[in-house]
Design a protein around this ligand. Structure first.
Ligand code: KIV
Length: 270
């Protein structure tokens, strides 16, 4: 019998690009391990981003800056193992590509060879033109990331600030496309600007806090599943409250162990 999932066509870079002209909106979510990647893939997600948000939601840091290349490779591998159809994109962490295009090609190459992912993402537009061009010319598909760039937190003075400089954002987006990016993440920008960028570019725009006119949307899995505590920005829709469900399950388990209810006869071997 054929598994229903095996009938689905895997997402590729050309299919991702074609989605825009076909008017098909793209769904993307972050994942950091085999377990969740498998759940998202089976649910039909188009694309999985192994985001450097792993540094915050999994590792517990305040920023994404401490994440290393080795850690991204480790998480990328796990996600690829759990994915059958979705396009897997791995984030290049802070200081793994900013030094020079040569450094970027070498590290992006390691990312693709050692994880089996299809593409990499890096932050920047105009300032990263040479790097995007160099990596794309090495046949490594690149997604750019403009708007609020978490790796620039020291320059921005804080996370979560909406970026409103329309001319700068347009220049960044066009520069990334011209340099060979096959997609672009737009983070925390006004929806009218995101709509204009989406109209003007021929590559898909994937928004997070950038409104509904983007060609696709991305969310951080722990945020949209209600696992992260106390994070309620305006752009976030919480699709489930898994933190409460998990907490209640663990409380019941603790109580049943204390009371001698678990394990019951049915969970014990004769
Ligand atoms: O690292 C990440 O998870 C991201 C998304 C927020 C787009 O870059």
């Amino acid at each position: 019998m054929t598994h229903p999932e095996s009938k689905k066509r895997p997402m590729t870079v050309p299919r991702f690009l074609a989605a825009k002209s076909q008017g098909r909106r793209l769904s993307m979510i972050t994942a950091y391990d085999f377990l969740w990647a498998g759940i998202f893939d089976a649910a039909g997600i188009d694309s999985i981003l192994v985001g450097d948000t792993v540094g915050m939601v999994v590792q517990g840091n305040n920023t994404t800056l401490p994440v290393t290349l080795e850690e991204m490779i480790y998480h990328g591998r796990m996600v690829v193992r759990g994915t059958r159809n979705a396009l897997v994109i791995v984030d290049m962490p802070f200081m793994s590509y900013q030094v020079s295009p040569k450094q970027a090609i070498e590290n992006a190459g390691r990312m693709i060879k050692e994880t089996g992912a299809s593409a990499i993402k890096l932050e920047g537009g105009l300032t990263q033109v040479e790097t995007i061009r160099a990596v794309a010319r090495a046949d490594i598909p690149v997604i750019a990331h403009v708007g609020m760039k978490p790796q620039s937190i020291r320059m921005l003075g804080g996370m979560g600030k909406i970026q409103r400089d329309e001319e700068q954002l347009l220049q960044d987006a066009h520069a990334a496309e011209d340099a060979g990016a096959f997609g672009i993440v737009l983070e925390l920008i006004p929806c009218q600007i995101a709509a204009r960028i989406t109209r003007e570019l021929s590559i898909p725009t994937i928004g997070i806090g950038a409104g509904r006119e983007c060609d696709g949307q991305v969310l951080v899995n722990c945020d949209m599943l209600g696992l992260t505590e106390g994070f309620q920005p305006k752009f976030l829709k919480q699709y489930a409250d898994l933190r409460s469900i998990a907490t209640e399950a663990i409380q019941q388990y603790v109580e049943e162990v204390r009371e001698g209810i678990f394990p019951g006869k049915e969970h014990s071997h004769d």
